[in-house]
Design a protein around this ligand. Structure first.
Ligand code: PLP
Length: 390
């Protein structure tokens, strides 16, 4: 195939997934417009119930974004001003900025290169007498080592909260991500496995106190229908409540899409397998997605398809020239982000996180993708490393 005249391959598009779900989305939107309450109304409450049924969570609190969900979860789980929270150095910035927004201090630890998630030994080495919580991230297609992290937490009496923003559908021995400690979050940012038409997120927890506190915090620190704003300096983490209610329009979109989620996850597994088959023998490809060896083994749920390669930036340029979109999650480790410079970390502190930032690239991955397109992407990668066409 002449790739110059071939249509571009976007990294991500939602087009066909919306087409499929549109009749259900429209039904929910019609109900919303009939009622005319557009923020945290009946549709949001319905969505919370559907998400509780899907995840098995006793409490689901819909909020503005995954980032807000993390910040409010940390505060609701008891993280206070000046506490230290151990987080992985390889993750989205919100994993650490949410800790700072909760007025606590993010303390970084390295990742396990097999799972890209928080390494329990490195996490334990980061614990001090000020540490009160540990927050692993479940990245890309699998959960962090929750058994290992649970042991560290037990030895040091730490609260476990999960950055499960990417992990809808992921389960550990049957328990959904976010429900393995005090609580977790879901992000419905458009590119996520279950994406809205804008920002949206949720807290999931089985702990009624966490749920109560989070409900107060997301609504201006307000208790139920009264106008007393109780979240304040003394009884919560030292900051006021905020406004982080989900829009009902996003709830309608998500309710329309949720019934299709398991089929989408199955389709993602097929696409991931197609990539893996075609990339297995390509020189220059250092690593394909795999599952870390553990006692409890769960099926992968592919949020993105990430590989490690030699000369990553040159490959990205080569693919861009051919109209093939890619993303790098994440080009800079969190301990070297300018916003955390004052914490005093240096290059070399977390070698696994730094190597992941240097070599990983995410390939096009969405529901419009078919196997011919996967072929084209893989052929373009092979051509880059071998310098020849088949
Ligand atoms: C997407 C994501 C978030 C934040 O979610 P938003 O909804 O974009 O605020 C947090 N952590 C991780 C690991 C994510 O991938």
């Amino acid at each position: 195939m002449n790739s110059r005249s071939a249509p571009p391959i976007p990294f991500f598009t939602q087009a066909s997934s919306f087409e499929r779900c549109w009749p259900e989305i429209r039904r929910h939107l019609n109900a919303l417009f009939d009622r005319g309450k557009y923020s945290h109304g009946r549709q949001v409450v319905e969505l919370e119930k559907m998400l509780a049924a899907y995840t098995g969570a006793e409490h689901v609190l819909a909020v503005n974004s995954g980032t807000d969900a993390l910040t409010l979860l940390l505060r609701a789980a008891g993280v206070r001003r000046g506490d230290e929270v151990v987080v992985p150095a390889f993750s989205f910035v919100a994993t650490a900025s949410s800790v700072a927004l909760a007025l606590a201090k993010p303390v970084f630890a390295d990742i396990d290169p097999e799972s890209y998630s928080l390494d329990p030994d490195s996490a334990e080495a980061a614990v001090t007498e000020r540490t009160t919580a540990i927050m692993p991230t479940h990245l890309f297609w699998q959960l962090a080592d929750m058994a290992g992290i649970g042991q560290v937490a037990a030895r040091h009496n730490l609260t476990v909260v999960e950055d499960s923003a990417e992990s809808i559908g992921m389960r550990w021995d049957g328990t959904h991500a976010g429900l393995l400690g005090k609580g977790g979050v879901l992000s419905f940012f458009p590119t996520k496995t279950l994406g809205a038409l804008g920002d949206a997120g949720a807290i999931v927890t089985n702990d009624p106190d966490v749920a109560d506190q989070a409900a107060i915090l997301r609504h201006h620190g307000r208790m139920g229908r009264t106008t007393d704003h109780i979240a304040g300096i003394s009884n919560l983490s030292g900051a006021s409540g905020t406004n982080s209610k989900m829009d009902d329009i996003q709830a309608c979109v998500l309710m329309g899409k949720l019934p299709h989620l398991d089929a989408d996850i199955a389709r993602r597994a097929v696409l991931a397998e197609a990539y893996t088959e075609r990339l297995r023998a390509v020189p220059g490809v250092l690593r394909l997605p795999s599952l870390a060896k553990r006692e409890v083994q769960s099926d992968p749920v592919f949020y993105v398809y990430v590989i490690e390669v030699e000369r990553r930036d040159e490959l990205v340029e080569h693919l861009t020239r051919q109209g093939i979109g890619t993303e790098v999650y994440y080009p800079t480790p969190l301990h070297l982000q300018p916003c955390f410079a004052e914490l005093g970390y240096r290059r070399g502190d977390f070698p696994n996180a730094e190597a992941a930032c240097e070599h990983t690239v995410a390939l096009p991955f969405h529901h419009d993708l078919d196997e011919d397109t996967v072929d084209r992407v893989c052929e373009a990668i092979r051509t880059f490393y071998t310098g020849s066409r088949n």
